[in-house]
Design a protein around this ligand. Structure first.
Ligand SMILES: NC(=O)c1ccc[n+]([C@@H]2O[C@H](COP(=O)([O-])OP(=O)(O)OC[C@H]3O[C@@H](n4cnc5c(N)ncnc54)[C@H](OP(=O)(O)O)[C@@H]3O)[C@@H](O)[C@H]2O)c1
Length: 233
């Protein structure tokens, strides 16, 4: 098997971990990124298998210095990346104006600018035929008035992804925007919906894996997946 390398951010939990699990059997090198080292260790324990070299990076991606040192550490061991899953992101509640203001600045930092910084820090690592998955959301297409800050960050990220796809096309790098609806993860802890009201993270991971399997001449530019019963406003 040709050596295949991937880097996944926000890989210790939720959708990021499900993607790591789905892609791992096809990989020889896997870089996992999150802040919490203990959760990263647990994830690696779950993913390990002969022939797969797993590298853990405990990094706060909202720090530009953190992103730079992550890129350096990745390049020290891995010259090219076949897959980047820019997944780390957060939903913080709150309205735009007033006392319970949404932390728009933080969401812009993590959901948009950290993705931009990481792609720039790694820009010489993507060979023709490689793949960048940007974890977006249905909130990139539709303004959820109850989640204004999150929707704003995901709309901004959506514009960035379209521009990125355009710039990466001449390099032969495919860029996919992944737009899940509500998906069970850490961020839904405590919610009392019936199980089927939300997607499972493995549904999203399966869809991304299928996109990755397409021949290089084709790209699934946007993956939109929702629970059968639709969004939760
Ligand atoms: N769940 C949903 O309903 C849903 C729907 C659509 C889109 N999405 C998108 O999917 C992505 C993942 O969401 P999720 O629900 O799977 O999240 P999650 O379960 O809360 O997991 C988030 C992951 O990101 C890491 N992380 C958080 N802040 C970070 C930071 N500053 N630096 C580095 N790593 C950080 C977390 O680890 P540490 O806390 O240890 O850093 C964890 O590994 C996000 O971009 C989200 O917007 C989610």
């Amino acid at each position: 098997m040709k050596p295949t390398s991937a880097l996944i951010t926000g890989a210790s939990k939720g959708i990021g971990f499900a993607v790591a699990k789905r892609f791992a059997p096809m990989l020889s090198v896997l870089h996992l990124v999150a802040r919490g080292n203990e959760d990263l260790q647990k994830a690696a324990e779950n993913l390990k298998r002969p022939g797969l070299s797993i590298h853990l990076h405990s990094v706060d991606l909202t720090s530009q210095e953190g992103v730079e040192s992550l890129a350096k550490a990745v390049k020290d061991t891995t010259s090219t990346l076949d897959v980047l899953v820019n997944n780390a992101g957060v939903y913080l509640p709150g309205s735009l104006v007033g006392e319970n203001r949404s932390d728009l600045r933080y969401m812009m930092n993590l959901n948009v600018l950290s993705h931009y910084d990481l792609i720039n820090a790694l820009e010489d690592c993507f060979p023709p035929g490689s793949y960048i998955f940007e974890m977006s959301s249905v909130a990139a297409k539709k303004l959820f008035l109850g989640k204004p800050g999150y929707s704003i960050s995901k709309h901004a990220q959506g514009a960035m992804i379209d521009a990125l796809r355009n710039e990466m096309r001449p390099r032969g790098v495919r860029v996919t925007s992944v737009m899940p609806g509500p998906t069970w993860s850490h961020s839904w802890e405590g919610a009392e919906f019936p199980k089927q009201r939300l997607l499972e993270a493995c549904h999203v991971a399966d869809l991304m894996f299928a996109a990755w399997q397409l021949p290089k001449e084709a790209v699934l530019e946007e993956l939109v997946i929702r629970p059968f019963d639709g969004d939760i406003e």
